[in-house]
Design a protein around this ligand. Structure first.
Ligand code: AMP
Ligand code: MG
Length: 357
């Protein structure tokens, strides 16, 4: 299961209905993980690429299958809160309160690690990131594995994270032992990553659990300035946040400003790009899609319900690649609530290429 041959692997694709669990299949997936194999599984955030988080060899195979830089640490996934204890040196009171409120769910806590956690997982840091997912397939598979499951998003490094089984098959067929098809995911963006090591809470990556929700429990919350500034030059505290991410093959440009002006500007840009012979995709919203007369227009969701935008963002970026557009012109979104995470991912996919309308 190692060496160069691993990229010509026989990948089993197994359908498991989240509403009618096949426990036999889940036990087989868990056993495969425990034995050092790679299993792609659905979570409520995005699809994950899992391996035994206590087996350094298995963890290294994750990095190889994804082409992920080895200095980008992984999240350990557990199925019961008590499984946290042996992975960390201490659990600050604030961390317990956050777990109580948001686990299982899309919140990852960064805590001081215990010696049990291999360096391959943490990229040599003295902290470890841990999450308890709420998806029934993820939860049961991790339970049957009997070990913490190290899992980044199940995409080739740098590409948009997978939110549908077809995305995983496209990226990782032949590179992993098993793919569990559990249908479309729910949140559509990766978990919120919060460091809780000193007294306070620092958001290292915005996600499905919002800043506002964490504030209700923890009181004061800090955001890593590299996120709040939306600036490519800041060095983030979370190693993974410094890499190019979520990039489709097409160039992405975000158009920011008052919505009416954004629409006009996108029309002008589309016209100009098409006159240069470029194929243009427009990432619109339900409120604006009918206003565009050029390019291939896809609505990413409803501005009144930002969670629909989160759920569709990565799938729409991949859809534009499937169509073969050269440039994606994307409307900017409101940054409150889950919008902070949406704009963080969108700006990264654009390499911070922003045009002011
Ligand atoms: P992924 O699982 O691909 O969504 O990436 C996991 C994210 O968690 C990356 O942005 C990592 O940098 C971050 N992460 C994992 N472990 C740590 C840690 N110990 N300290 C800070 N960030 C971490
Ligand atoms: Mg990822």
């Amino acid at each position: 299961m190692d060496g160069e041959m691993s990229f010509f692997m026989d990948t089993q694709v197994v359908r498991i209905d989240p509403d009618n669990l096949d426990h036999g299949a889940l036990k087989r997936a868990g056993a495969l993980i425990k034995a050092g194999g790679l299993v792609v599984f659905p979570t409520e955030t995005v699809y994950g690429l899992g391996a035994n988080g206590l087996d350094a060899g298995a963890v290294k195979r994750i990095f190889k299958a994804k082409g992920r830089p080895s200095d980008n640490p992984l999240i350990l996934h557990i199925s019961r809160a008590e499984d946290l204890d042996r992975l960390v040196a201490e659990v600050p009171t604030t961390a317990s309160m956050l777990m109580e409120r948001f686990w299982p769910g899309p919140l990852t806590l960064v805590l001081k690690k215990s010696p049990l956690v291999p360096d391959a997982v943490t990229a040599g840091l003295d902290t470890v990131a841990v999450r308890m997912p709420s998806h029934p397939v993820a939860m049961n598979m991790i339970y049957y594995a009997g070990v913490p499951v190290a899992a980044p998003s199940a995409n080739i490094s740098g590409k948009p994270s997978p939110t549908r089984t077809s995305h995983v098959v496209y990226d990782l067929m032949g590179r992993v032992d098993m793919i569990i098809d559990g249908g479309d995911v729910d949140v559509g963006l990766e978990s919120t990553v919060a460091e809780v090591t000193g007294g306070g809470v620092i958001i290292l990556r915005p996600g499905g659990i919002t800043l506002e929700q964490i504030g209700e429990v923890a009181g004061e919350v800090f955001i890593d300035p590299a996120i709040s500034n939306n600036n490519a030059m800041d060095i983030p505290r979370s190693p993974g946040m410094k890499y190019t991410h979520y990039s489709p093959d097409a160039e992405v440009i975000v158009i920011d400003g008052i919505l009416d002006r954004v629409v006009i500007r996108i029309q002008q840009m589309a016209e100009e790009l098409e006159s240069q012979g470029k194929m243009v995709g427009i990432m619109a919203t339900d409120q604006t899609r009918a206003l565009y007369k050029r390019g291939t227009v896809i609505s990413v969701g409803d501005r009144e319900r930002p969670r629909t935008i989160a759920a569709n963002l990565f799938a729409v970026l991949r859809e534009f690649d499937g169509i073969g557009v050269d440039v994606i012109l994307a409307e900017s979104m409101d940054q409150s609530g889950v919008g902070l995470a949406v704009m963080n991912r969108l700006l990264k996919s654009a390499g911070y290429n922003i045009v002011r309308a």
